[in-house]
Design a protein around this ligand. Structure first.
Ligand SMILES: NC(=O)c1ccc[n+]([C@@H]2O[C@H](COP(=O)([O-])OP(=O)(O)OC[C@H]3O[C@@H](n4cnc5c(N)ncnc54)[C@H](O)[C@@H]3O)[C@@H](O)[C@H]2O)c1
Length: 271
């Protein structure tokens, strides 16, 4: 269902890799709600080609950008405002990657070059993106910037590895940069803390199958899907949430406030 919530709004969506990506679902929903946008991803991800299908479907142009490179981000923001015909109203940062996770390095014995790379991609890229948007004065007043995160920033999920630390850093950047963006430009900055979701990044976490079923059993409303996340993001891009800022917002079916659920007790009950 469409409510025209984003009619006339312009933005940039980072991180649509394939149809499972949270950013992919978000792009589809933004399009349905009347928003116009540019799609972007790292050049290597674009070579996989699937994003062209999304671009066609949503009448979007694609601009490659490695989100760790300032010159790429500067080019992206300049071109996006040109193509879309004005300043931006929304930006989705949907980027995450840990080399330690990918290569199966345990948290207690990280390769710090990989740690640094993952931190730059998953967390500092959000600072760099906002730096460019802020200094180029590329956002309209009452615009909205959202990044995606996970509850491992607050609690221990052992196999989430260094991504837990990256997410804690990302959430802190949202608050710190969000302060200046709010004060100086009337732009809001929030993070959405999403349930485990079966995407390329999600499934890369060891034991993901058990992990996602456990979260589902623990959540009174069940896990939030990628589409649920897209819908929540739409509300944060809309004018209905103008003074929500500096928040880490849980989209997790209630998981974050549950100690234990009946379903989990049953699974562990001894005869
Ligand atoms: N899937 C989950 O369980 C889950 C849960 C909570 C939060 N998140 C977060 O949601 C966001 C989106 O992930 P997803 O689950 O849709 O997986 P995904 O693998 O579909 O998306 C991750 C994206 O990051 C992009 N990326 C990696 N390095 C980049 C770089 N240098 N520059 C630009 N883009 C780069 C990838 O190309 C990919 O499109 C991530 O921040 C992730 O941590 C995911």
């Amino acid at each position: 269902m469409s409510y025209n919530l984003l009619k006339g709004k312009r933005g940039i969506i980072f991180g649509a890799l394939d149809e499972h990506s949270i950013a992919w679902k978000t792009a589809e929903r933004v399009h349905e709600e009347g928003g116009k946008f540019v799609l972007t991803n790292a050049p290597i991800a674009l070579r996989m080609g699937q994003i062209n299908e999304l671009a066609e479907k949503t009448n979007a142009e694609i601009i490659p950008a490695d989100a760790t490179k300032m010159e790429d981000l500067e080019n992206l923001v300049e071109k996006a405002t040109e193509i879309l015909g004005g300043k931006l109203d929304f930006v989705l940062h949907s980027i995450g990657m840990s080399v330690n996770v990918r290569k199966g390095k345990h948290y207690t014995e990280q390769n710090y070059d990989w740690t640094h790379k993952g931190w730059d991609v998953s967390a500092v890229s959000f600072h760099k993106t906002m730096n460019v948007l802020y200094n180029k004065d590329a956002m309209n007043e009452w615009g909205s910037i959202v990044a995606l995160t996970y509850m491992a920033a607050q609690r221990v999920f052992p196999d989430y590895n260094d991504m837990a630390d990256n997410k804690a850093y990302l959430e802190s950047i949202a608050r710190s940069f969000g302060y200046f963006f709010g004060r100086d430009k009337k732009v809001r900055v929030n993070t959405i803390s999403q349930s485990p979701t079966p995407t390329t990044a999600g499934k890369g976490v060891k034991g993901f199958g058990g992990f996602i079923s456990y979260a589902d059993k623990m959540s009174p409303l069940g896990n939030a899907t990628a589409i649920d996340c897209a819908n929540y993001t739409i509300t944060l891009f809309s004018d209905l949430t103008k003074r929500v800022t500096l928040q880490n917002l849980y989209n997790d079916g209630g998981f974050s406030n549950v100690g234990v659920s009946d379903g989990v007790i049953e699974a562990f009950e001894e005869e």
